[in-house]
Ligand binder design. Structure first.
Ligand SMILES: Cc1cc2nc3c(=O)[nH]c(=O)nc-3n(C[C@H](O)[C@H](O)[C@H](O)COP(=O)(O)OP(=O)(O)OC[C@H]3O[C@@H](n4cnc5c(N)ncnc54)[C@H](O)[C@@H]3O)c2cc1C
Length: 270
């Protein structure tokens, strides 16, 4: 654990499969008990850090008839375990410093001690890990939005057109004001959800709202910064286009934003 926190070991969380993303519990990966061991077969995909990970938390069906309700088990598997290999590595439009790819399990034999949280306990473990991910990963977006706003304000104060600073045009200043308002709202949501996560342990509704709002805010703020910088906005040396490319992934990972809306709708009884 300490080595993970210090960055000496890299971990991957493998749930998504080629044919199951939003409906993650419809996975095909199977773990079959064999004496004191489990034998696991399947393919995970879009696994962040998968191509370079030392350690994997992987989910497999141990009782396919039960699905989420006791049918899925989480396993901790080390790189180098016979039969456990990396598959295709994908190129993506953003987040290129985080490699992403497939993990292939071909008759991977692990002892029962590799089971996390008990056989059949994978569903709640995955859901809780997603609540943490949705609540905490967006904190990175807050910093990105702050940086974008600083860039936009600075540019609007110095760039001149028609003999005056572009920030003197209401079309420009109001766009930046909206960026600031989004950031303040995103901050409060993130802090509130983090506080609740600390106290309540289960924050499905808050985490979904926060992930949805903050990730969409980053996309909009990155796009608005590109617009504010005009043609310079899409030139790579300014770094704004990179943030725009990176931001799109935030609407997809940890469950797409459509799925966050589904979660919120369920909490509202719809
Ligand atoms: C950058 C990145 C990093 C990732 N990292 C990981 C990782 O580390 N580990 C991991 O396991 N996975 C990871 N993923 C996978 C991610 O969780 C899935 O991509 C995501 O859950 C969506 O699954 P899918 O791509 O199969 O899309 P699909 O589920 O096929 O969805 C396609 C479209 O249909 C919509 N849709 C599907 N079902 C519904 C529904 N019921 N209601 C409304 N709309 C619906 C979706 O919102 C989407 O727009 C990552 C993905 C990305 C992009």
């Amino acid at each position: 654990m300490r080595d993970l926190c210090e960055g000496k070991l890299i971990a991957v969380n493998g749930m998504t499969e080629p044919e199951s993303g939003s409906d993650a519990f419809n996975m095909k990966t199977r773990a079959v008990a064999d004496g004191d061991d489990f034998v696991i077969n399947g393919v995970k995909t879009f696994s962040s850090n998968g191509p370079v990970a030392d350690l994997a938390v992987l989910y497999a069906q141990t009782d396919p008839d039960r699905g989420y309700m006791g049918g899925v088990t989480a396993f901790l598997i080390e790189a180098g375990t016979p039969g456990f290999t990396t598959g295709q590595v994908f190129d993506k439009m953003g987040l290129r410093s985080c490699p992403i790819g497939e993990l292939v399990l071909d008759n991977v034999r692990v002892p029962r001690s590799a089971v996390l949280g008990g056989v059949g306990g994978g569903g709640p473990i995955f859901n809780q890990s997603m609540e943490w991910e949705r609540a905490c990963l967006v904190a990175v977006h807050l910093g990105a939005m702050e940086r974008l706003i600083e860039q936009a304000v600075s540019y609007a104060k110095t760039r001149k057109s028609f003999g005056k600073r572009i920030g003197e045009n209401q079309a420009v200043s109001h766009r930046i004001v909206d960026m600031q308002v989004r950031l303040e709202a995103a901050k409060l949501l993130t802090y509130r959800t983090a506080t609740r996560l600390d106290r309540l342990k289960s924050v499905g509704f808050d985490a979904a709202i926060t992930k949805l709002y903050v990730s969409e805010s980053l996309v909009q703020t990155a796009l608005d910064t590109v617009r504010t910088l005009g043609g310079y906005g899409i030139m790579t040396e300014y770094g704004v286009e990179r943030t725009l490319r990176d931001s799109v992934a935030g609407t997809l990972y940890s469950g797409t934003n459509d799925m966050q809306r589904n979660i919120i709708a369920r909490w509202l009884g719809l």
